[in-house]
Design a protein around this ligand. Sequence first.
Ligand code: HEM
Length: 484
Amino acid sequence: VKQTKRRGRQPPCPPGLPIIGNLHQLGELPHQSLCRLSNKYGPVMLLKLGTVSTVVVSSPETAKQALKDHDLHCCSRPSLEGTRKLSYNYLDIAFSRFDDYWKELRKLCVKEVFSMKRVNSFQPIKQMEMKKLIDSITESAFEKTPVNLSETFYSLNVNVVCKAAFGVSFQGSVLDNERLQDLIHEALEMMGSFSAADFYPYFGWIIDWFTGLHARRERSVRDLDAFYEQMIDLHLRKYREERSEEDFVDLLLRLEKEEAVLGYGKLTRNHIKAILMNILLGGINTSSITMTWAMAELARNPRVMKKVQFEIRDIIGENSKGRIISFDEIDQLSYLKMVVKETFRLHPPSPLLVPREVLSEFQINGYTIQPKTRLHVNVWAIGRDPEIWKDPDEFIPERFMDCDIDVKGQHFELLPFGSGRRICPALYMGTTTVEFGLTNLLYQFDWKLPEGLTVEDIDMEEGSGLTAHKKHDLQLVPVKALDF
Ligand code: HEM
């Protein structure tokens, strides 16, 4: 009785099995399985994943208690195998535990990389990449062949992020684009793949050796490391003299040279690589996943597609050749912004956010959450909760009309970027990237289904992994829309 009193009231716990606990209940798509479990066990659940206690919250009220009222108690990150090596022992922003180093690093990056000023300075790069993309889609339109939009958005973002962050074009010279995409893809898989070591801290690594996961992960880390080395070398040797503008690699190298101190030590080469990892792996996939879902939803909802295209073409006006719509112009497109919000509601790319680790005891709904517990917020479940959203499975952007809900972490019914101290620092970069890509493609082209397919044939299945991405690539046929 003493023990129970000291530990307080535990959240409801779905019954598990010996040794594995609730691991078998996660399935291929953990956010969906956890949503079903929370319908039965409530908006605060305690699960045993292997030997690790994990709390899952699944309602706006409980998310607010965790991410706002008690943010300070749960804003650290767990040490996970998949992220340890990729982040050079947690020297990055996303997986570093909550300490002075993380605070200073995040502050520096918010100022230097993710600021509105810096993001807006990428505009010419985005415009140039968009122009190339439109030219290539125009060819497909001419030949009436489908465009693989999943791949298209992915490589658009690879080009933009890499040019903006590394100041480098990958066309031919340093590393071929396809190879880089494979590298990023493999690293993301390794980050998301089930690792026994994360659930059985003392002996799980043995299982990872046998399954081959360990070796695959080592290879992925080695390849990425070689890529960063190449980038850094290029900046140190010749690249600097060719440009006046300081990109992010230049900035970090300058700080290294100046022996900048972050938290507990000096900034070293490994710190630089860990930060580059966050930009590569955090920046590319999330935006392209969102853009792909948005186009899939629009193709399935011709009414919304027509309405958003009408808005863009009406406000932006005539289509002169090579006209790329800028960030400023996008600001006037209120329906387009509702389409993006509605996409984030149904398809948050990071459906369980990034796991947090509890630092000190606190309570949610009167249940005690113990230190060291892992914490997930199921934003996917919140986005589809019929108690909050009318017709939750329908794609209805109008629900955001005359309503002040936004994605900035203050409205707990819509949290695609998280909230609190760990909120995505690239919220502005992410939303502008998505809005910019969609607006331009919707302005220039009408989009039809491939021959023989109907709206019902568009599947909305999610693929397994860390992110909630569309499982099957989206293929649509562009039609050049000149007369509007
Ligand atoms: C549509 C675009 C994006 C979405 C939906 C998104 C979503 C998220 C989410 C849910 C988190 C975790 C928040 C939490 O733990 O509460 C996060 C963290 C983070 N994101 Fe994003 N993100 C996007 C774009 C980007 C971009 C473009 C970058 C970088 C170039 C980026 C870099 C990061 C970093 C570094 C963190 C870790 C923050 C920390 O732990 O302090 N994200 N993001």
